[in-house]
Design a protein around this ligand. Structure first.
Ligand code: G6P
Ligand code: MG
Length: 218
């Protein structure tokens, strides 16, 4: 199974936007008098916008009709966009740019596979909008992780078979999505949360081409 492509999740792998999601969701939760903690925020990683709102409402035992849910999800996004519009290249997580550049120089294709509809804005803000060979994001995907759709679409865009792809993910739902797509998965973060990943590293600063090739042979 030679590795021909690497597909990266965005939030929590390339940039740390979880803190901005948290601030915006917290503002909405406070407004709805729901006690929402940073611990609860873990459950929102990799999960779509509406599914995130549903989790928060479930925590607060609050029921809303669909039109009100749409309204609140849009309101949260307005606040979130306000934060990410101020992002700069300094917010790229350590090692990301170096590793992606090394892959590209070695002829390995690189793609993004993210649930976020804000992917275009984020990569523009951090100066990565011309870096990836393909971008599969929340604007083209219908089924949220752990459904493999986002990674299958990314592989198709690249013209690479799933068995020749490696996914980098920081969320449990994302690791499952990668494995469901028949791809290798490298977990970025904690062993407790990402136990199903093929290997786990603390960040992309711990990755390089040599290490990737060893996984290929394992
Ligand atoms: C990523 C994040 C999630 C977020 C989702 C949708 O997967 O990890 O926390 O809910 O994207 O993001 P969006 O920017 O479309 O609201
Ligand atoms: Mg993520």
């Amino acid at each position: 199974m030679p590795i021909k492509a690497c597909i990266f999740d965005l939030d929590g792998v390339i940039v740390d936007t979880a803190k901005y999601h948290f601030l915006a969701w917290k503002r909405l939760a406070d407004m709805l008098k729901i006690n929402f903690t940073e611990n609860d925020n873990e459950r929102l990683k990799g999960v779509s916008r509406m599914a995130s709102l549903n989790i928060i409402l479930e925590i607060g035992n609050v029921t809303l009709d669909e039109s009100l849910k749409e309204k609140y999800a849009t309101l949260k996004n307005t606040w979130y966009v306000d934060y990410i519009s101020r992002m700069t290249p300094a917010e790229i997580l350590p090692g990301s740019l170096e590793f992606i550049t090394e892959l590209k120089n070695a002829g390995i294709k690189v793609a993004l596979g993210s649930a976020s509809k804000n992917t275009p804005l984020i990569i523009k803000q951090v100066g990565m909008d011309n870096l990836f060979d393909a971008v599969a994001d929340g604007n083209v995907v219908r089924n949220a992780k752990p459904d493999p759709e986002v990674f299958i679409i990314a592989a198709k865009m690249l013209g690479v078979l799933p068995e020749n792809c490696v996914v980098f993910e920081d969320a449990a739902a994302g690791v499952e999505a990668a494995l469901n797509a028949g791809m290798l998965c490298i977990g970025i973060g904690s062993k407790q949360i990402l136990k199903k990943a093929n290997i786990i590293v603390s960040g992309l600063d711990k990755m390089n081409l040599k290490r990737l090739m060893k996984i290929d042979k394992a």
